[in-house]
Design a protein around this ligand. Structure first.
Ligand SMILES: [Zn+2]
Length: 123
């Protein structure tokens, strides 16, 4: 208990310094930060256009509201590298997320149903 209290929290001690907080903030957001030169490379490679390609092979023509999309979840250690980042318009960036979460959700539901079924023993 004492060991954890050895970390001094300047915010608690007094309103004098905000430097520690600023440093912590910078570290916590660092994983999502994409360096400016990486952004520029990705932008040029993708031609400043959404990279979403539909099932019929048609590429999205959106050139406004573009976002830099990480192919790997940053939380799992994905780094901001040119190969792993692509341009996506806002709509397709969100669509992809919905598809991923939707698939996970459905798989979870199926698994849950199967477990419940087998728990009854007579399948
Ligand atoms: Zn798009």
């Amino acid at each position: 208990m004492d060991a954890s209290r050895m970390v001094r929290n300047s915010g608690d001690a007094g309103p004098s310094g905000g430097d520690n907080n600023a440093t912590a903030h910078r570290i916590s957001t660092n994983a999502r930060h994409i360096p400016a030169d990486v952004k520029r490379e990705v932008w040029e490679r993708d031609g400043g256009q959404c990279t979403y390609v539909s099932d019929s092979g048609r590429r999205c023509e959106e050139r406004g509201l573009l976002e830099f999309d990480h192919m790997d979840p940053v939380a799992l250690g994905g780094e901001a590298s040119i190969e792993r980042i692509r341009l996506r318009c806002r709509a397709h960036n969100q669509l992809e997320a919905e598809l991923v979460f939707g698939a996970e959700f459905m798989r979870y539901k199926r698994e849950e149903a199967r477990l419940r079924k087998s728990a009854h023993g007579t399948a």
